[in-house]
Design a protein around this ligand. Structure first.
Ligand code: BDP
Length: 692
């Protein structure tokens, strides 16, 4: 048994004193993430860049328990722990971190420190942790020109123009942050992939990042452009059944692995939103995915093939992915995973789970969540997203009868599939505070914790994050946790209640634009809400598009039947008259108005809650969050006004008296043009000024 003994010094008292309670350093730019309670005197990273040295350094610098910490890399491998699990054995004088691998030791170390910061160190006993998903993946939508698609936290973290020569400290800090959560894979570039990423020049840049990430257990993947053989390979075609094309990919894979031996594999967006794909050559998703899978297979790589496809002619976009993918069930190679967005449309604040999860029985599938807040107020709104993701993972598909949750399908448990993964579209940029909003860090955190353990509750994760990022004072933790836990539902209420969706302005999906049309019907809000004199909502019942039929019973009936359809999804599945009587006895119109009002009131309430806890937070973070909360409360009003005054042109019904009166008319609001030139600070001056 290899034994590492770390002797602990009692030198942490000074740090401790400023960690807890009401300490308020003036300036705090949020760069320390959830290491704040630990790292206030600065980040002291290991000089030596091996996994064990990193783990030992974390203990030496930050552990201030009485017990010694022992690292045991097990010589006789423990079947339960696998390659990444660990065991913490708490005793009177020592805590042992046991694992089969050094990466397991590192994960155990971060768990131990998290316990210390959140008051969960045990006096005695054993904790065994094994990740539920093998591949816990961040998808960066970063472009070589440093822009980030749907990024609201500045520019790309990867400074391609100065790589490979210049190595920034944030690269390692990023790896450390991910390791502390157990995130072990990162796709560096946008799914709308520039072929340049596979050129030898860029592979040298990627190599530098991969080398920095490796001791932190973080593997690099790349999004590829399916037409790369044509663009950068000098071939006439990128047809997956063409021998030269397959050979080009085989050679490219060998080249990549010669530079990055532990390269993870490819992420592919094909035949979607203008991206090239096998269908350009009359081939199928399976043909395309399998060709790539064969290229990376000899090196242990995988292919994550996205199911985000839809076509402008389709009668119901929510049905598209299933229609295209179900025919290929069982036809994908064993190192292909089909990556499915949580909902059938596109990362809306609320969608039912994608029916495709329950429809593929012989294909490995994974879920893709969006951490960046494309449709949830960008990095201007405080929205804690874990409840939304958990809603999807906990959803029962009834694929094999009751209890066939999306979680059990994607962890491989339901079908006994050996490969499993989960992905989140990152919200990280080069802003000092990483995510643009101090509270958006909680979503990166929550994604990582969920990918390790999808059964953790939203509350427990929020609790951990708050204590490490701000303070463990109960008078701060309780109200802020309550605010975070309600924030997603409130955002649904002020943006698109009761199953409305895609009512967003096409300008960066920020703000309302329910009146907008588009050259493509499926890019137009009108296509989704279908508001007209006769009512509102998308009829997806068997009398409508038939989308409910893609769900297994009892869901098909549950959603299809007005009596049983959950009210929060009623306009997703049904088209109803404005004066439709809801279960409460109120009309649909009044319920919509009241739900919006609840969202508006709650958003305004965040400002008061934040004022109440001011004494616990440093000036910088308090002010930066406060400015954003005011913006959020005003945006909530704007969203409600725009949606309801527009719908009123059809319903001709009054806004109920117990709701606040709209501050602007439809004519005024429909002229608002927001210019999103820089995602971090969208030009909000053009917005109507709102009285709170
Ligand atoms: C949509 C985004 C678009 C992405 C696309 C995708 O608006 O920018 O490229 O998803 O996931 O949500 O590929």
């Amino acid at each position: 048994m290899r034994l590492f003994k770390i002797l602990l010094l009692a030198s942490m008292t000074a740090v401790l004193a400023s960690c807890n309670g009401t300490a308020k350093p003036e300036c705090n730019d949020g760069h320390q993430l959830w290491f704040y309670s630990m790292d206030q005197d600065g980040m002291n990273l290991s000089e030596e860049k091996t996994t064990m040295a990193i783990a030992a350094n974390e203990v030496r610098e930050y552990w201030h328990g009485e017990q010694a910490v022992l690292f045991n890399v097990l010589e006789t491998k423990d079947d339960v722990l696998g390659p990444e699990g660990y065991r913490l054995v708490f005793g009177k004088d020592a805590v042992a971190v046991d694992a089969n691998t050094e990466t397991g030791i590192l994960y155990g170390t971060y768990d131990l420190l998290r316990r210390q910061e959140t008051g969960k160190v045990l006096k005695e006993g054993t904790v065994t942790e094994v990740p539920a998903y093998q591949y816990r993946v961040l998808n960066h939508w970063d472009n070589p020109d440093l822009t980030v698609e749907r990024g609201y936290a500045g520019q790309s973290l990867w400074k391609w123009e100065t790589l490979p020569e210049t190595v920034l400290p944030v690269y390692e800090e990023y790896a450390r942050a991910n390791a502390s959560l157990g995130i072990n894979c990162t796709v560096l570039n946008n799914v709308n992939a520039d072929p340049v990423i596979l050129t030898p020049e860029y592979l040298q840049k990627v190599k530098v990042l991969a080398d920095i990430f490796r001791p932190y257990g973080l593997k690099v993947f790349l999004s590829i452009n399916f037409a790369s053989p044509k663009h950068i390979g000098g071939l006439k075609t990128s047809d997956p059944l063409d021998k030269d094309v397959a050979e080009w990919w085989n050679k490219k894979a060998a080249e990549i692995y010669s530079v990055i031996p532990d390269f993870g594999g490819f992420l592919v967006k094909a035949n979607s939103e203008g991206q090239s794909g096998p269908q350009d050559y009359g081939r199928t998703h399976a043909d395309g995915a399998n060709m790539l899978a064969k290229a990376v297979k000899p090196f242990g790589g995988i292919v994550m093939w996205r199911a985000f496809v839809y076509d402008p002619q389709a009668p119901d976009r929510a049905m598209q992915a299933s229609l295209e993918f179900v025919p290929f069930d069982g036809k994908f190679d064993d190192n292909v995973i089909v990556q499915i967005k949580n909902g059938p449309i596109d990362f809306q604040p609320r969608e039912p789970f994608s029916p495709l999860f329950g429809q593929l029985e012989n294909t490995t599938v994974m879920a893709e969540m969006q951490i960046t807040q494309e449709y949830l107020g960008h990095s201007n709104h405080l929205v804690y997203l874990h409840p939304m993701w958990k809603e999807c993972l906990d959803a029962d598909t009834y694929q094999k009868g009751e209890g066939s949750t999306v979680r059990d399908i994607t962890t491989g448990k339901l079908h006994g599939r050996p490969l499993n993964a989960i992905a989140g579209v990152a919200n990280i940029g080069d802003s000092t505070n990483w995510c643009g909003h101090h509270f958006a860090q909680a979503n990166w955190y929550a994604f990582g914790r969920m990918a390790w353990d999808p059964e953790l509750s939203s509350e427990d994760i929020a609790d951990e994050w708050i204590k490490q990022t701000f303070t463990d004072d109960k008078d701060f933790v309780d109200p802020i946790k309550a605010l975070m836990l309600e924030s997603r539902e409130n955002t649904v209420r002020y943006e698109m209640p009761m199953g409305l969706h895609h009512t967003f302005s096409s300008e960066g999906h920020y703000g309302p634009g329910p009146w907008e049309g588009s050259i493509r019907p499926d890019w137009s809000p009108k296509y989704y809400h279908k508001a007209g004199p006769d009512g509102v909502g998308f009829d997806r019942t068997m009398n409508g598009s038939g989308n409910v039929g893609q769900y297994h019973e009892p869901l098909a009936s549950l959603y299809g039947n007005l009596e049983t359809c959950p009210e929060e999804l009623i306009l997703w599945f049904h088209h109803l008259p404005w004066d439709y009587k809801m279960k409460s006895g109120e009309t649909l119109w009044d319920t919509l108005c009241h739900t919006f009002q609840q969202g508006i009131d709650a958003a305004a309430g965040y400002i008061d809650t934040w004022a109440d806890v001011r004494k616990f937070v440093d000036e910088q973070r308090w002010n930066e969050v406060n400015v954003k909360l005011i913006r959020q409360a005003k945006d909530a009003l704007w969203w409600r006004d725009a949606t309801m005054v527009y719908f009123q042109t059809f319903s001709n019904m009054p806004i109920p008296e117990d709701c606040s009166a709209p501050q602007y008319t439809f004519e005024e609001l429909s002229k608002v043009r927001i210019n999103i030139t820089n995602y971090e600070t969208p030009d909000l001056d053009v917005l109507p000024e709102y009285e709170l």
